[in-house]
Ligand binder design. Structure first.
Ligand SMILES: Nc1nc2c(ncn2[C@@H]2O[C@H](COP(=O)(O)OP(=O)(O)OP(=O)(O)O)[C@@H](O)[C@H]2O)c(=O)[nH]1
Ligand SMILES: [Mg+2]
Length: 185
């Protein structure tokens, strides 16, 4: 018997994570991909690619995604330009550390870097990470928003995340996917 159903191929998505060292790029990716967290810091040297397979999006459909998560080590900004990192990206996540305001203002440099290489429209979101260590949240969170470069000041695309406590990690990724993935017909 022949089967009339075609094998369904997963849609492939490339998401790049940018931001200063130690802000939690690797941690967010590991939390999303493997639901793991490591307390001990190990710098990402160069670039590392993890995948999330068979991610269903939009929820309730049978559309499966294969998401490539490109983890760019922070020192890359200061190295030779590597345009291949940016080839074919669907989306970018700008990551900063809420406890280091410089990492928030520095997103300006990462934005500039990506603009040099990507001329088409891509989805994006900001992860202001390590929200678990913040006390007196309200005033600090408002201040953090103001520190963001103007172009990234779109509240619906800014997420206060914790890779450690698994806060807003799914929401961050869904926020991105909602910009780039349509429901299957
Ligand atoms: N409290 C807390 N610590 C975190 C969180 N996310 C990451 N960390 C810690 O912060 C440190 C740096 O995290 P990484 O994920 O390695 O940072 P990175 O941005 O990948 O750094 P580079 O690879 O150097 O660019 C590690 O010690 C993590 O355990 C978080 O949400 N909360
Ligand atoms: Mg890293």
């Amino acid at each position: 018997m022949f089967s009339l159903s075609r094998p369904i191929r997963a849609k492939q998505i490339k998401v790049i994570f940018l931001g200063d060292d130690q802000v939690g790029k690797t941690s967010i990716i590991r939390r999303f991909a493997d639901d793991m967290f490591r307390e001990k810091y190990r710098p990402t040297l160069g670039v590392q690619v993890l995948t999330k397979e068979n991610y269903i999006y939009p929820p309730g459909t049978d559309q499966r995604l294969l998401i490539y998560l490109w983890d760019i080590g922070a020192q890359n900004l200061y190295e030779v330009v590597r345009p291949d990192y940016y080839v074919g990206i669907s989306a970018a996540v700008f990551v900063a550390d809420l406890t280091h305001s410089e990492s928030i203002t520095n997103l300006e440099y990462w934005l500039k870097e990506i603009k040099q290489h990507v001329r088409y429209r891509y989805g994006w979101a900001v992860a202001l990470n390590k929200v678990d260590v913040i006390e007196n949240k309200n005033s600090l969170l408002k201040r953090a928003l103001r520190l963001l470069p103007d172009e990234l000041q779109e509240e619906s695309k800014v997420f206060f995340t914790s890779a450690k406590k698994n806060i807003n990690i799914q929401e961050l990724m869904v926020g991105i996917l909602s910009q780039i993935i349509k429901a299957p017909e």
